[in-house]
Design a protein around this ligand. Structure first.
Ligand SMILES: Cc1ncc(COP(=O)(O)O)c(C=O)c1O
Length: 454
């Protein structure tokens, strides 16, 4: 058992905005007991921070781009809840929710909010001719796979090492993010599930072909993150997604784009508009709910016609498409449309952050790679060209990342506690926040250098 927070440490002079009056810190301090009832002290493993050592971060509240620990210390947050917080912790659409809740949060019937949200999603992503809501991304990917199997009459699924699609059995085979299950059976995954999964190297069509030789005849779906953000940030090389499209067609299989991270973060048209490759099915989630859990899968009407009660393929849920989250989804989409300029500024800030890190690295004669796309920045301790596959990603120096995470946290910057995750900026991250971060990263890198870690 670890008990923390009873004695506020106050500002340490290095925490931006963290030098609150001691009384304010005391007022915010609560005692947090970890590891007692809550298994491993977390509801999702990455949060334990085991990969980076030290204590797990317990976030008492968020505000704009900041996360506050239980002692009231402020951190510039680049986790952003692993993606959903495109507009920061406390966007304007979270105000005035009484009216939304006043109509009932979950009704057990189709709601106007849900119908309208489905129309709005289809308008943004025309490949989603029909769609169905689910509660989480995991559930929505599961729904997409089931309907792909129902449609094709086949069982096998080709996925990619280092992609992450949620926590269900099939998805955990060579998953990225913090979800490695090196021994499927001991991890609780039945052998029968593994028999129907083929895992290929991302960005490698030759490896895809090798896997298809094994399962091509039985292939129901190719499941892919069209731009991957769960093994660092990895863009598809030219021709990769088109190659998957062509192979799915050749095998009579369904191409599924998991856009749970990329939709809205890469714009209203998602990765599919950016890359010009149209999938048969798409999965969206995260940002859609504005912080509340809602996700959806959908695509060609012909495939979705298999869903119960029109067809034999069942997916559903008590909270699926719940009106409260759907109403938030409508507010989020309004906000995305209204805030185009703020989103463009955020991408510029991400570029400035990436540029700042590169300048620090140059000054120290370090040659690690920094990648940025829109509001996503990825910096790991690996030199050479940008990561193309999970094999590249596995060559980074995780000890250095762990030390960097701790050095940055000491300076009031909250990074994702896993080398596979990326840094997410939001429209709430100001130019000042980025400047403070660049300075803190510079000091952290110098510290690592002086300690001989890099
Ligand atoms: C690309 C991708 N797909 C699916 C999921 C699963 O979504 P959820 O955590 O809502 O179940 C995630 C979660 O990080 C993800 O990054």
């Amino acid at each position: 058992m670890v008990e923390r927070g009873a004695t506020p440490e106050g500002g340490d002079g290095r925490t931006p905005g963290g030098n609150r009056a001691p009384e304010a810190v005391t007022a915010l301090a609560v005692t947090v007991t970890i590891d007692v009832a809550l298994a491993a002290g977390v509801s999702s493993p990455v949060r334990a921070g085991r990969r980076v050592g030290g204590e797990p971060f317990v976030c008492a509240r968020g505000e704009g781009p900041y996360a506050f620990d239980t002692e009231g210390r402020r951190f510039i947050d680049y986790i952003m809840a692993y993606g959903p917080l495109l507009f920061g912790h406390t966007p304007p659409y979270l105000r005035g929710l009484e009216a939304v809740a006043g109509a009932g949060a979950v009704r057990g019937s189709t709601s106007p909010e849900e119908l309208r949200l489905a129309e709005r999603i289809r308008a943004a992503l025309p490949s989603m001719e029909k769609l169905r809501f689910a509660t989480t991304g995991s559930e929505a990917v599961q729904g997409a796979l089931r309907i792909a199997r129902a449609y094709t009459g086949h069982d096998a699924v080709l996925k990619f090492a280092g992609n992450y699609h949620g926590h269900f059995d099939l998805a955990l085979h060579r998953a990225g993010a913090s979800a490695e299950t090196p021994d499927a059976q001991r991890s609780g995954i039945p052998r029968a599930v593994s028999a129907d999964v083929a895992v290929a190297r991302y960005n490698d069509l030759d490896d895809v072909d090798r896997q298809l030789e094994r399962v091509g005849e039985r292939l129901a779906a190719i499941l892919v993150e069209p731009v991957c953000a769960n093994m660092g940030l990895v863009e598809p090389v030219p021709g990769f997604l088109a190659g998957l499209r062509e192979r799915a067609d050749r095998c009579g299989a369904v191409l599924i784009f998991d856009e749970v991270i990329t939709w809205l973060r890469l714009g209203l048209g998602g990765a599919q508009q950016r890359t010009g490759v149209r999938p048969d099915l798409t999965v969206v989630g995260k940002i859609l709910g504005g912080g509340f859990p809602i996700a959806a899968f959908g695509g060609r009407a012909e495939i979705l016609a298999r869903l119960a009660p029109d067809g034999p393929c069942f997916t559903g849920g008590t909270h699926a498409g719940m009106p409260f989250a759907a109403a938030l989804g409508l507010r989020v989409l309004d906000h995305v449309e209204r805030e185009a300029a703020a989103l463009a500024r955020t991408a510029e800030r991400a570029e400035a952050l990436a540029g700042g890190i590169r300048a620090s690295l140059r000054a120290l004669d370090l040659h690690y790679t920094v990648v940025q796309l829109e509001s996503i920045v990825d910096f790991k301790f690996r030199s050479g060209p940008a990561t193309r596959s999970y094999d590249d990603q596995a060559r980074d120096d995780q000890t250095a990342y762990a030390a960097f995470y701790r050095a940055a946290r000491e300076r009031g910057i909250l990074l994702p506690p896993s080398h596979n995750e990326v840094l997410f900026l939001s429209t709430a991250h100001g130019a000042d926040d980025v400047a403070v971060t660049v300075e803190a990263f510079d000091a952290s890198l110098r510290e690592l250098r002086s300690e001989g870690i890099v």
